[in-house]
Design a protein. Structure first.
Length: 233
């Protein structure tokens, strides 16, 4: 069966996801990506994603009209739900607390900061349950929450002579199988901020993947004027 441009793009998206997660190194990614853009049949495309985990199965990816899965942390959500919580709260008084890296968020996590600050980083965290509530309470202090773009986050809080809300948002859509995190509480003469952004390592991998993709398209004769302009920028 002859492959279409849309099917080649879906395979390229799966490869970008794999390199963003660290499943492929850049050399292997570049080789597979160039082969994907040069492929003319499904038989040439399928081996390129055959060893990648679901939903990157070859037959479904090549023949399906469904959009390619989200990049980055989105593909691993089922494996990140469940287990025993490693932290149920954080407290800061004239000081600070932080929860980041590999940790497991409790079903209900409470952060309190008075004349101090707290940092809650969910980008590499696991979750005790699919439904999680993070309560943030600040009095003349601040708490900063960082979440990946694919996490389902709902912000509901009150600011009294302070602020409680969302900040910067990187490109990405919440994944349907990701946990639902509700951030609530209040800030009195202080602030609670929620940012959605990727880790530096993931952003670097995605940038390198994009550059490699443009080079593969150029070698395959598929690069258009817009692609050349983006590469120069």
């Amino acid at each position: 069966m002859r492959a279409s441009d849309a099917e080649r793009e879906r395979i390229a998206e799966l490869l970008r996801e794999a390199v963003a997660e660290g499943r492929l190194d850049m050399d292997e990614f570049e080789q597979r990506l160039e082969a994907a853009y040069k492929a003319r049949t499904h038989g040439e495309l399928e081996p390129l994603v055959q060893d990648l985990p679901a939903p990157g199965s070859a037959v479904a990816s090549v023949g399906s009209s469904a959009p390619a899965p989200l990049r980055g942390s989105a593909a691993n959500w089922p494996a990140r739900i469940g287990g025993t919580a490693t932290s149920k709260g954080g407290f800061a008084f004239w000081g600070g607390f932080n929860r980041k890296g590999r940790w497991t968020v409790a079903r209900t996590f409470t952060g309190f900061a008075m004349w101090g600050g707290g940092e809650i980083d969910l980008r590499e965290a696991n979750f005790e349950d699919r439904e999680v509530v993070i309560r943030c309470i600040t009095i003349m202090g601040g708490i900063h929450v960082t979440a990946p773009p694919e996490l389902n986050v709902e912000v509901r809080g009150i600011g009294v002579m302070g602020g409680f809300g969302e900040g910067s948002n990187e490109e990405g859509e919440p994944a349907p199988d990701a946990p639902h995190v509700r951030i609530t509480g209040f800030a009195l003469m202080g602030g609670v901020g929620v940012d959605r952004k990727r880790t530096k390592a993931e952003r670097r991998r995605l940038k390198e993947a994009k550059e490699a993709e443009l080079e593969a398209r150029r070698r395959s004769g598929l690069e258009g004027p817009g692609d050349s302009r983006r590469k120069e920028l």
